[in-house]
Design a protein around this ligand. Sequence first.
Ligand code: FEO
Length: 164
Amino acid sequence: MITQNMQDAINDQINKELYSSYLYLSMAAYFEDNNLPGFAHWMRVQESEEREHAMKLYDFLLERGGRVILKTIDAPKTEWKSTLEVAEEVAAHEAKVTTSIYSLYETALKEKDYPAQVMLQWFITEQVEEEKNAAEIVSTLKLIEAHGTAILMLDKQLGKRGAD
Ligand code: FEO
């Protein structure tokens, strides 16, 4: 049976994952409004991943005989100054989620909850990917801002070049 502390911490994380989903859905709506359907698609994909993260924790709690307690989800922001600002916020948000997953893992260590430790290792690996993807988009947008799109075309061309 899962301990109360572990259960509370997982319920908090479910709320954070659902907030992430809500935030990304709001960002998708912002992009749709700014005629950027590709960026909106990126956010929709992120949004559904966040719901999957919440459900992974939800199902884990049920499998362990715990009780899922859903809480209020804060309203997300709705306006941003630029595409870069959104991407930077995604990156910062993912870094926050990583910290939160680490603290959940520390609770699992303290509670000697071995199944939770195994389950959370998946999240730790996932966060490496999430942070990397967001950082790449921020870097590309900054490159475009500084040098225009021609540099990306040249980079693509050089990437295809074989050895002479
Ligand atoms: Fe659920 Fe993007 O971390």
